[in-house]
Design a protein around this ligand. Structure first.
Ligand code: HEC
Length: 227
């Protein structure tokens, strides 16, 4: 009795498997494997692989003189080049980028991710890699007077294309993000070259009040009196 039940169970399973069908259509149908040769779209200049086959493209090539939808951009747009029509570095943000707290927050985030390992969180060139690494040329401080006097387009340009032995970040960040980083470099520069006179009166008063109590307050108060 037991064996009979077991047999019935087993044949039911086999039948179910059979009915569910090990159909192979999907497996054998024409398809393009990743990185595989396809004869579907020919390449402009055919490439012969190591296997002797002529290689084609797996995806349809973009027809000549067309631009993917939503990607229409003027390659000479100052937003992309960081330079005006005469080729001078921009002294202000391009019209597409608005100065806002959000922009500076974005710049801070991206700067800390991409630049601070070398240039330091404060921009002083004392990032962990700079301190530990052996560099053919030292990692410069971004808050030095020499760089404070550079137009903002300079930082966008270096962030995009790199500088000397430093590689560029044009492919790792969007143009907007690179402008945000450039704007944030200005924040760092200001943070370390600030003039107490630029403070609103209210904040200045607070510092003067605390001047008698703290060392820093006293220093700032003396600095602002001297200027
Ligand atoms: C891997 C380390 C490293 C990272 C990361 C890095 N830099 Fe640099 N940067 C350097 C070095 C080294 C130099 C000097 C290159 C030279 O003199 O050949 C340099 C030079 C510069 C200069 C030019 C200064 C001058 O002398 O005119 C600027 C501006 C600058 N970096 C900004 C940035 C910004 C913005 C980022 C982030 C997007 C960044 N760097 C990321 C290492 C780095």
């Amino acid at each position: 009795m037991r064996t009979r039940k077991a047999w019935i169970g087993l044949s039911a399973c086999v039948l179910a498997l059979g009915l569910s069908g090990c159909r192979t259509d999907m497996w054998v149908q024409q398809r393009v494997e990743a990185q595989d040769n396809s004869e579907f779209y020919a390449m402009k200049e055919p490439i012969q692989g190591f296997d002797g086959k002529i290689y084609g493209l797996g995806s349809r090539p973009i027809p000549a003189n067309t631009i993917p939808y939503g990607r229409l951009q003027d390659p000479n747009d100052p937003f992309l080049t960081g330079k005006d029509a005469q080729g001078n570095l921009l002294r202000t943000l391009p019209p597409q980028v608005k100065l806002s707290k959000e922009l500076l927050d974005l710049g801070e985030e991206k700067y800390n991710v991409f630049c601070s390992p070398c240039h330091g969180r404060a921009g002083d060139g004392k990032g962990m890699i700079a301190l530990r690494g052996q560099w053919p040329r030292p990692v410069p401080s971004l808050v030095d007077q020499r760089l404070v006097s550079q137009p903002i387009g300079y930082f966008y340009g270096v962030a995009t294309n790199g500088f000397g032995i430093m590689y560029g970040y044009g492919k790792r960040m969007t143009p907007e993000e690179r402008w945000a980083v450039a704007a944030y470099v200005r924040v760092l520069q200001l943070s370390q070259n600030a003039n107490p006179k630029d403070l609103p009166e209210e904040d200045m008063m607070k510092i003067l009040e605390s001047a008698s109590n703290t060392n820093t307050g006293r220093q700032i108060a003396t600095r602002s009196e001297g200027q």
